[in-house]
Design a protein around this ligand. Structure first.
Ligand SMILES: [Zn+2]
Length: 459
């Protein structure tokens, strides 16, 4: 059967990111259908049947595909704006533009965001989309379509906002939904697109935007909806000192206590940022197994601060990495976030002991899969798991003289991707996407960015 044809990858270093951090300096992998069938040291076993392809991966490191745990695809067409602002000033500057997005813009932006990540080794992506202006079209459908076309595994976190300016929130009133409208549209999105099966390419999560743009009722009822439908929950939390102040003024408690009071701590929840966490906040996350999407570049860009990732890991909090929206991280890449996570955390309290290269790789792979609730399926290279993997080329000028391959990948320059596989299908070859046309996407995103700027300027 064609689906069970085997691909053999040989002569490569392998970092499995399994529970023991098993690595091979010279090893092989066998992919059968959409699963990893076998891997180990030396050459692949002789006499394998149905081998459709044999890849000599000399000079490469093979790792699990990268997993992105926080993003806002639509921001691809508002990059490079409000470049010298903190979070709240940046949001206030950009909301009026974001409120003008429509379906063609969101589709183009999603394709741009996905293509940029996929060509850099991301095999599982997510989009937290929370801007649904009235009459803007089927935005969720457009995002899911873009992910299917790119060929990456995908979670759409169906976001929402119902606390506009008149209710003390940050977004303009015309950019928010009603409580009932947001809940109904979220349920419809789950019913239409969510696939709970083991090798699902599309999952949906319930994802009100943040405490400062969402009513307490929407937080509570959103959590109840997610649990009734059996899907995960996602939101922004503890991103800045301003947010902490906002929560104390409005709710009489800090963000973590507010999340707990609204049903938002639990092993089915993951939260973006979590920069301003005290010891008891971290203990609450650890106790409830609430996950964290660490977004080091975005936190630096918006001067939010340094999340306490070493303390979270020591306490047992699941932590993955996030690009975040590209209006606050213009690069849009995840593979460079391995390095940024390591370097930025070493500027914090734990200094050189904060994170090492293996821990950084784990954040970007297995940690991300844990946070998205998919650690049984992807995030490490083990027999029976899905064939989501990347061949990083490390034998050229940029990396060839670095002592070991994992160190080269994390500490070195952004490594070229020779091949990336999702669900056993190759989607990248020699740094180019096989599934979509990058140049066409670049033209389309530029045109939609200009159209949005024009419409926003008209007010
Ligand atoms: Zn975000």
């Amino acid at each position: 059967m064609a689906a069970d044809r085997r691909t053999v990858i040989e002569n490569c270093a392998i970092a499995t990111v399994d529970a023991d951090d098993t690595e091979y300096t010279d090893g092989f992998l066998v992919v059968a259908g959409n699963r990893i069938e076998a891997l180990g040291a030396g050459r692949a076993p002789e006499g394998l049947a149905d081998v459709g392809r044999r890849i000599d991966a000399t000079g490469h490191l093979v790792t699990p595909g990268l997993v992105n745990t926080h993003h806002h695809f639509y921001q691809w067409i508002t990059r490079g704006l409000a470049t010298d602002h903190n979070l709240f000033d940046w949001l206030v500057a950009l909301y009026p533009t974001w409120a003008r997005i429509d379906e063609p813009m969101v589709y183009a932006a999603a394709r741009g965001s996905l293509a940029m990540m996929a060509r850099g080794g991301v095999t599982t992506a997510m989009d937290h989309h929370y801007v649904y202006p009235r009459g803007s079209g089927d935005l969720s459908g457009a995002i899911v379509r873009a992910a299917r076309e790119t060929g990456v595994r995908f979670t759409l976190a169906r976001g929402s906002m119902d606390r506009g300016e008149k209710d003390g929130g940050l977004p303009p009133d015309f950019a928010v939904e009603t409580l009932e409208g947001a809940l109904a549209a979220t349920e419809e999105t789950v019913n239409r697109h969510h696939d709970a099966s083991f090798d699902a390419m599309t999952r949906i999560a319930v994802a009100p935007c943040s405490p400062f743009s969402v009513s307490t009722e929407l937080m509570r009822e959103g959590a109840a909806l997610a649990r009734r439908l059996g899907v995960r929950l996602h939101t922004h939390g503890s991103e800045t000192v301003e947010e902490e102040k906002f929560c104390h003024e409005l709710f009489g408690m800090g963000p973590t206590d507010y999340f707990e009071s609204t049903g938002w701590l639990g092993e089915d929840v993951w939260m973006a940022h979590c920069v301003h966490m005290n010891d008891s906040d971290i203990a609450a996350f650890a106790r409830t197994k609430t996950g964290v999407a660490h977004c080091p570049s975005s936190n630096a860009r918006l001067a939010a601060g340094i999340a306490r990732v070493p303390d979270m890991l020591a306490a047992g909090v699941p932590v993955g990495l996030g690009v975040d929206g590209t209006a606050s991280n213009e690069s849009g890449e995840l593979h460079t976030e391995l390095r940024n996570a390591l370097l930025i955390n070493r500027l914090g309290a734990h200094r050189e002991a904060a994170l090492n290269a293996r821990q950084a790789l784990r954040l970007g792979t297995y940690g991300g899969a844990q946070v998205l609730g998919r650690a049984a399926e992807t995030g490490s290279l083990e027999p029976g798991k899905l064939a989501d993997l990347v061949l990083w080329k490390l034998d050229t000028l940029a990396h060839a003289s670095i002592a070991d391959p994992v160190t080269a990948l994390v500490f070195g320059a952004a490594a070229p991707v020779t091949a990336s596989f999702v669900n056993g299908e190759q989607i990248v070859e020699d740094g180019r996407l096989l599934t979509v046309d990058e140049d066409e996407i670049a033209r389309a995103t530029r045109a939609e960015a200009r159209r949005l700027a024009r419409i926003a300027a008209q007010g």
